[in-house]
Design a protein around this ligand. Structure first.
Ligand code: 4AD
Ligand code: MG
Length: 483
């Protein structure tokens, strides 16, 4: 008999014979009746299987333990119990896979830390089922959004010889024999005989190639894995994460922020529209009792657009009024997460798009704001109202979210050849691997902008989960690459 998914059975009218297959969530037996809660992953909801113990072999019923995989045939009938409209009155049960008492997901209420150690089995729990279905839905939302808005899905390489963010925290890719590395007189490894004939790594961002796409196709987006060997053992960092990077020609900073805001709201709305059952499950006192309310709240809010300089002024004002921060936040400092959280969660109480950062801690490719005084290009930028001479700022636009921090990092790109080259030289970057990128500014350069959304950070927000390791099936973090 053909199997029907539990999500479809639960939506069906009672009547007729059906077959369900799945994993046993619980089995309660009594003298007169056995109740089995069965789940097949198609929905958070279980179907209730009712079995008359007199009709089944006692040994078979004993094998129907939590975690066992079974196939059930029977009649779909109206359920008398509360909580479900239909249930299966079993006529035939087959155990497809038994499950012993050592099954690690047997007990309810295990800690997330425990579940991470059993990441191969945690997917079968309600929480991880819900998170993974939402993750899938968010991927669909993203592709649908860009498709509907005329963006082309553009595939950028994972193996690269350039360092987009210039932070140097890349994983190397080599086929060289690491036990017998040949070095030149200066002690540098010789890559001539390596697979690509030069040093290569896993990409930290598809942006640079994305810009090539955008300056030809008009609007593209990437959606793929990204790798960062930063030794950040935090609940917000992964060594392998998925990033979505739209890149658009002829977009200025205001339009970029419009896109960032519209896009995130579309994804959140999609979750509310398509993942109701899973969100209702996650919206509970043990996980996040205000999840749905928070998601609905974001849709209503207009994101604050805050120049970095004004942000610093607000933080300084807070310090004057007694607020204590661990790290300094004077003009020119990179904001620590405590500062971002203060602005988003305490001061504005809504998402903030921070703009116009000092160039010191932003990437080389960002558009530089015009200096106030053309004769002093390193002096204050146009639009600066603070008290400290700031130096030039760049048109970065980071979206900061409550409880997440930075969810998007974006910018307008520097389209001017001379300015870009000056910045590359100023940073003493190696131009040899960027010649093709620089060519976009030589031939038909155009104003353009884009951003990167950390997929897992979006999933953190939408699910209310607390640790980024719990929103990706098999997390990669320092000292952890199992599964
Ligand atoms: O701010 P980032 O470093 O920006 C870029 O890579 C740009 N090239 C993007 C662009 O403009 N096309 O990273 C973008 C986002 C961050 O805002 C954050 O959400 C996420 O990627 N992210 C991480 N997520 C998980 N683990 C990490 N280690 C992450 N590093 C960045
Ligand atoms: Mg960033």
């Amino acid at each position: 008999m053909k199997r029907t998914k539990i999500i479809d059975l639960l939506a069906a009218q009672p009547g007729g014979e059906v077959c369900a297959k799945g994993w046993v969530r619980s089995h309660r037996g009594s003298k007169n009746v056995d109740f089995i809660a069965l789940n097949d992953g198609s929905t958070i909801k279980n179907i209730q299987v009712v079995a008359d113990p007199a009709q089944f072999d006692e040994e078979l019923l004993k094998l129907i333990t939590t975690g066992a995989c079974i196939s059930v045939e029977g009649n779909l009938v109206e359920s008398v119990g509360s909580g479900q409209a239909v249930e299966i009155q079993a006529t035939k049960i087959e155990v497809l896979g038994t499950c012993g008492a050592d099954y690690p997901m047997q007990k309810k209420g295990q800690t997330f830390e425990y579940m991470r150690q059993h990441a191969h089995m945690r997917l079968r729990t309600n929480t991880f089922g819900a998170v993974m279905r939402i993750r899938h839905n968010m991927a669909m939302a993203i592709h649908t959004y860009f498709h509907e808005h005329g963006f082309f899905y553009f595939h950028t390489p994972l193996i690269t010889a350039s360092d987009c963010e210039g932070a140097g925290n890349m994983f190397q890719v080599t086929t060289k024999n690491l036990y017998d590395l040949q070095k030149d007189e200066q002690g540098r490894i010789i890559y001539d005989d390596d697979f690509f004939g030069e040093q290569t790594s896993l990409t930290v961002s598809g942006q640079l190639e994305g810009e090539l796409g955008a300056t030809a196709l008009g609007a593209i987006y990437t959606f793929g894995p990204t790798f960062r060997a930063e030794n950040s053992n935090t609940p917000r960092h992964l060594a392998e994460f998925w990033m979505i990077e739209p890149e658009v020609a002829f977009l200025d900073q205001e339009e970029l922020m419009d896109l960032e805001e519209d896009f995130i709201k579309y994804c959140v709305r999609w979750a509310l529209d398509h993942c109701q059952d899973d969100l209702e499950f996650l919206n509970n006192p043990r996980l996040d009792p205000h999840l749905i309310e928070r998601l609905q709240g974001v849709l209503k809010e207009e994101f604050v657009r805050l120049p970095y300089t004004e942000g610093i002024n607000i933080l300084q004002e807070a310090i004057k009024n007694g607020k204590k921060f661990e790290f300094p936040c004077n003009w020119g400092d990179d904001l620590a997460s405590e500062h971002e959280r203060y602005l988003v969660e305490e001061h504005f109480k809504k998402p903030v798009i921070m703009t116009d950062y000092p160039r010191a801690f932003k990437s080389f490719y960002m558009k530089q704001n015009a200096p106030v005084d053309a004769a002093n290009p390193d002096g204050a930028s146009v639009g600066y109202h603070g008290s400290v001479a700031p130096g030039p700022t760049m048109q970065g636009t980071d979206v900061l979210f409550p409880s997440i921090g930075e969810i998007i990092g974006g910018s307008v790109r520097e389209a001017d050849y001379d300015k870009l080259m000056n910045e590359i030289d100023r940073r003493q970057m190696d131009k040899t691997h960027l010649w093709w990128y620089i060519d976009t500014r030589r031939w038909g350069s155009c104003p353009h902008a884009g951003f990167g959304l950390g997929f897992e950070r979006l999933i953190l927000f939408v699910t209310g989960m607390q640790n980024i390791r719990d929103v990706i099936p098999f997390p990669r973090t320092p000292k952890s690459a199992a599964f």
